[in-house]
Design a protein around this ligand. Structure first.
Ligand code: PAF
Length: 290
């Protein structure tokens, strides 16, 4: 595996990998890799001849009050994990390489970015869309793999790729890979390591409470009442606060107050012991319901 930190060297290395029509998949990450990321890497390897992983803790997607400085950084461990997965290229630019002096451009994907994480983290999706567009232009991959755990992020990136007529990757080559979960159902996340042992135990009540809510909604229970009960259940099982618990159209992320015929998603963000956890799951209407 080649580790590259300068853009001009990245271009050369990508050119070499691409000789003889070989395909390239990109897995964008912020490092602090775990099994969820490695699943993305394995899926990327299945779909392309070569895999490039980017590690860049992107400052523009963190608000001033968020955990940018504390965000876990473990380059040596990450590098070893990616070597073991036979990744061809690790793209790890410094902040000054990604955002040289005078940098002034930002992408806003309106509407789809407005609710849920967009409302509780203003500016977050502008930072994500802008850096992912740059990563796509820098690496020019045939395909890109993202975790479905960040469902709204994936929807924002797909919308951005369609709206800006991106070709590498094509919008349809932006793959969403299902969330990898711990044995008790907690979605894997780099932020899980912040949890104390007691909070880690209580955190499993998030996916459990979501499954209860989904069972209720799909059998016709009132959505607003079910979401309120979900919030109370989280507050009763060790969570300090709930940023949002909402039902949304799976593609447009438009909030829904009832289940229709289109695919829907339950999305939750909640805080436990100072750590913000997010999760989402599909909600499919039971047969016979409208
Ligand atoms: O999901 C992440 O790790 C980040 O938001 C991403 C897509 C790498 C952009 O910085």
């Amino acid at each position: 595996m080649q580790t590259i930190t300068r853009l001009e060297m990245l271009r050369n290395a990508v050119g070499v990998l691409r000789t003889n029509g070989k395909t390239l998949a990109l897995v964008p990450t912020m490092g602090a890799l775990h099994e969820g990321h490695l699943t993305l890497v394995r899926e990327a390897r299945r779909r392309a001849d070569h895999v490039c992983v980017s590690i860049f803790v992107n400052p523009t997607q963190f608000a001033p009050n968020e955990d940018l400085d504390a965000y876990p950084r473990q380059m040596a461990e990450d590098t070893a994990m990616l070597e073991a997965e036979e990744v061809s290229l690790l793209w790890a630019p410094a902040v000054t390489e990604m955002y040289p002096g005078g940098f002034a451009t930002s992408i806003t994907v309106a509407g789809i970015s407005d609710n849920f994480c967009g409302a509780s983290r203003p500016g977050h999706f502008d930072g994500v869309a802008s850096v992912v567009c740059k990563l796509f232009n820098q690496v020019q991959p045939d395909i890109a793999c993202f975790g479905e755990k960040d469902w709204q992020q994936l929807a924002v990136i797909r919308r951005m790729a369609r709206d800006l007529d991106l070709t590498l990757p094509k919008p349809e080559a932006i793959a969403g890979i299902p969330t990898v979960r711990e044995a008790d159902g907690l979605a894997m996340s780099s932020r899980n390591r912040y949890l104390s042992p007691a909070d880690r135990q209580n955190a499993a009540s998030l996916p459990q409470a979501m499954q209860v809510a989904i069972a209720r909604i799909t059998t016709g229970a009132d959505v607003a009442a079910t979401l309120a009960a979900l919030e109370s259940s989280l507050l009763g099982s060790g969570f300090n606060s709930v940023d949002y618990a909402g039902l949304a159209d799976a593609d447009s992320l438009a909030p829904l107050d009832s289940l229709g015929t289109r695919p829907a998603r339950l999305l939750v963000a909640a805080r436990i012991g100072g750590t913000r956890l997010i999760d989402n799951m599909p909600v499919i209407a039971a047969r016979g319901m409208s």
